[in-house]
Write a protein that binds this ligand. Structure first.
Ligand code: KG4
Ligand code: ZN
Length: 338
């Protein structure tokens, strides 16, 4: 079964054709990051406008690269939640139009379910159940993936997401948006033990995260040094910050795996591209004898291939939307979209 998938929940306009949930026939992504960079973050209104301008071309590109036209695909899938509402609506409405015009089923996909499914594209042997850490710009979750379409959240952030903390700390250090990747590069040249940083815990919730205090600690450290006329070793601050985030994420994930009895561990979302997190998880999982699956770097960030993968399993589960489908800005992962 070939699915044409569309993703427009944030600042990437993307389309892909995916076969049977596992094989990427094409994946086209148009990133707006350069344009948002000058504002220090995504400007929702600009994102919506660019999606509107780019969506026709990006869908055509995905179909062309896959060597098919709309008649050849068996269904149209789209990210319907969560995300920036104006941005989501561009993809949802375009997908509705295509599905109606071609007489194909319309499959709505939850963006975070899509991030998890990126791993199905890279790892043919991976099947639920497993325990998944999702760390992106908007989410930090520890999730039980009980089946392809059944999820249960064990822990989540109480304030900033991991990627958001990376981006805010990066900004304080003078890096452009989104700063996660710059922190990662600088960290490789620094001393991770130079600046001890707090490991904030959430009282009574051992699997929840709180990154806001860690981000503030970095900002305070920079301000205090400036007031005293002291130089900050930015590479080492990046290394210390990255190590702390990786320790927090890895620690809670390993605790959850132990308590809930999972031996298969999966990571997803933009922050899963982080080299420090990847190597810490590799070591921790090797030590425990857990099987670890991570997406390749090109599938960590937002793309439509991951949406096409998850859509296949949603389709098998009967998740077909009517033309009343709406975009939804916030939606828990465990709730069906239809
Ligand atoms: O999943 P994603 O592409 O978009 C959302 O759904 O949010 O994640 C984007 C986030 C940004 O915060 C970005 O800085 C972060 O992922 N990120 C990284 C790295 N690459 C991307 N954070 C740390 N290290 C990286 N190498
Ligand atoms: Zn995302």
């Amino acid at each position: 079964m070939k699915i044409l998938a569309i993703e427009s929940s944030c600042d990437e306009t993307a389309a892909a054709v995916v076969e049977d949930g596992r094989k990427v026939l094409s994946s086209a992504v148009n990133s707006q990051v350069e344009e948002h960079r000058k504002y220090g973050g995504v400007v929702p209104e600009i994102a919506s406008r660019r999606h509107t301008e780019n969506i026709v071309g990006i869908v055509d590109e995905a179909l062309r690269e896959a060597g098919c036209n709309l008649e050849d695909v068996d269904a149209v899938a789209v990210t319907a939640a969560p995300g920036l509402i104006g941005a989501l609506l561009v993809g949802v409405n375009y997908a509705k139009g295509l599905a109606l015009a071609a007489g194909k089923p319309l499959i709505p996909v939850h963006h975070i379910r899509g991030h998890i499914a990126a791993n199905y594209l890279a790892h043919p042997d991976l099947k639920p159940p497993f325990l998944c850490l999702v760390a992106s710009g908007g989410h930090s979750h520890i999730i039980e993936v009980k089946s392809y379409t059944e999820f249960s959240v064990i822990g989540k952030t109480r304030d900033d997401a991991a990627g958001e903390a990376f981006d805010k700390a990066a900004r304080a250090m003078g890096y452009p948006y989104p700063g996660g990747v710059f922190v990662d590069k600088a960290a490789q040249k620094g001393d991770p033990a130079k600046y001890p940083l707090p490991h904030p815990k959430v009282e009574g919730s051992p699997y929840d995260f709180s990154f806001s205090g860690l981000k503030t600690a970095v900002i305070n450290l920079i301000h205090n040094a400036a007031q005293k006329g002291q130089e900050v070793d930015t590479d080492s601050l990046c290394a210390s910050f990255q190590k702390t985030v990786a320790e927090i994420l890895t620690g809670r994930l390993m605790l959850a795996a132990d308590t809930y009895g999972y031996r298969t561990i999966v990571v997803a979302g933009g922050v899963s591209a982080n080299s420090g997190l990847r190597s810490m998880l590799e070591n921790a999982c090797q030590e425990q004898g857990y099987q670890l699956y991570m997406p390749p770097l090109n599938l960590c960030g937002d793309n439509a291939a991951m949406i096409g993968s998850q859509a296949y399993y949603e389709y098998l589960d009967g998740q077909i939307a009517g033309l009343s489908l709406n975009g939804t800005a916030s939606m828990p992962i465990d709730q069906p979209l239809v």
